[in-house]
Design a protein around this ligand. Structure first.
Ligand code: NDP
Length: 286
C-alpha cells in the first residue's frame, strides 16, 4: 500500500489562500481589515524566527500586522498595560504573546494570557475559549491542533468512528486535539507520561497524534498498518537537525498517511493563526 505524505506546505497554502479570500470579503463587506498584534518580550532566537514567520503569513494573506518588541527586563505591569491597550485598539483583532516569556515574568504566564480579551485570543489559550471549545460553542481554538484537524478535512481523511490516539496532554496541543477529534465523532484516547503499556494503545490507533517533545519517540512497532500518523513534535538535535516525535524512516512505510518534520504541522500552525485572526475579526464584527 502506498503511503500518503501529508505535506504541510500544500495544506498551509490552501489555508492561507482561504484566509486571503476571507480578508478581501471582510474588506469589501464591512470595510474591515483583520489585524494581528504579536508581542515579543526579550531576545529568544527561536521566538524571533516564529515571529518573522507570523509577519510573513500576515503579508501573504493581507492581514494588518503589528509586532511589539519589548525589552528582556519588561515587568508584568508594563506587559499587562500593553495588552490592555491592544484590547482596546480597533485596528487589532488578534493578540498573541509569544512564549516563552523571560524568567522574571514566566510565573505570571497564566495571568498575562488571561488578560487578552477572549475575542482577540487567537492562540485560544484563554479559559473562556477553552471552555467554549469543550462545550461545542464558537471558540478560538489553539492553532496547532486546529491546523491538524483542518488538514485531515482537506485530505479527505475520515475521522468519525475512528480510534484516535494522542500522545501528550498539554493545554496547547494534546487536550484541544482530543476535544476537536471528539467533536468530530472519533473515539479518543489520550496518553501521557504515566500511561502504562503505551505501545499496546498506540497500535490500536487509526489516527495517531504524537505531541510529546521527544525525538524519534514513536517507532514502527507502535503503529498499526495503514494508520494516519500526525507528528506535532519539533525537536532540535545537537547536530542542529530538526526532527519530529516520530521515527519517520521506520514508520512511513507502515503508515497509510504521515506528516513530515520539517514541512508538516509547523507550517499549518502559522497558516491557522491567519485563519484564527480572520475568525476573531468576524466574531468582533458580529
Ligand atoms: P509538553 O511538554 O507541554 O507536553 C508533552 C506531553 O508529552 C505531556 O503531556 C507529557 O506527559 C507527554 N509525555 C512526555 N513523555 C512521555 C512519555 N515517555 N510517554 C508518553 N507521554 C509522554 O509539550 P507540548 O504539547 O507543548 O509540545 C509537544 C511537542 O510539540 C514539542 O516537541 C513541541 O515543540 C511541539 N510543538 C509543535 C508545534 C508546531 O507548530 N508544530 C506547536 C506546539 C508544540 P505528562 O503530561 O504526563 O507530563
Amino acid at each position: 500500500m502506498e503511503t500518503t505524505l501529508l505535506s504541510g506546505k500544500v495544506f498551509a497554502a490552501q489555508l492561507k489562500e482561504e484566509a486571503k479570500r476571507k480578508v478581501e470579503m471582510l474588506q469589501e463587506k464591512y470595510g474591515v481589515t483583520p489585524g494581528l498584534a504579536v508581542i515579543i518580550v526579550g531576545e529568544d532566537p527561536a521566538s524571533k524566527v516564529y515571529v518573522a514567520n507570523k509577519e510573513k503569513g500576515c503579508h501573504e494573506t493581507g492581514i494588518y500586522s503589528e509586532v511589539i518588541r519589548m525589552p528582556e527586563d519588561t515587568d508584568k505591569e508594563t506587559l499587562l498595560a500593553e495588552i490592555d491597550r491592544l484590547n482596546h485598539d480597533a485596528k487589532i483583532h488578534g493578540i498573541l504573546v509569544q512564549l516563552p516569556l523571560p524568567k522574571q515574568i514566566r510565573s505570571a504566564e497564566a495571568e498575562i494570557l488571561e488578560a487578552i480579551s477572549p475575542l482577540k485570543d487567537v492562540d485560544g489559550f484563554h479559559p473562556i475559549n477553552v471552555g467554549n471549545l469543550s462545550i461545542g460553542k464558537d471558540a478560538l481554538v489553539p492553532c496547532t491542533p486546529h491546523g491538524c484537524i483542518r488538514m485531515l478535512e482537506m485530505a479527505g481523511i475520515k475521522v468519525a468512528g475512528k480510534h484516535a490516539v494522542i500522545i501528550g496532554r498539554s493545554n496547547i496541543v494534546g487536550k484541544p486535539m482530543a476535544q476537536l477529534l471528539l467533536s468530530r465523532n472519533a473515539t479518543v484516547t489520550v496518553c501521557h507520561s504515566r500511561t502504562e503499556n503505551l505501545a499496546d494503545i498506540t497500535r490500536q490507533a487509526d489516527i495517531l497524534v504524537a505531541a510529546v517533545g521527544r525525538p524519534y519517540f514513536v517507532t514502527a512497532d507502535m503503529v498499526k498498518q495503514g494508520a494516519v500518523v500526525i507528528d506535532v513534535g519539533i525537536n532540535r538535535l545537537e547536530s542542529k537537525k530538526l526532527v519530529g516525535d516520530v521515527d519517520f524512516e521506520s514508520v512511513a512505510p507502515i503508515a497509510g498517511a504521515i506528516t513530515p518534520v520539517p514541512g508538516g504541522v509547523g507550517l499549518l500552525t502559522i497558516a491557522m493563526l491567519m485563519q484564527n485572526t480572520v475568525f476573531a475579526a468576524e466574531l468582533q464584527i458580529k
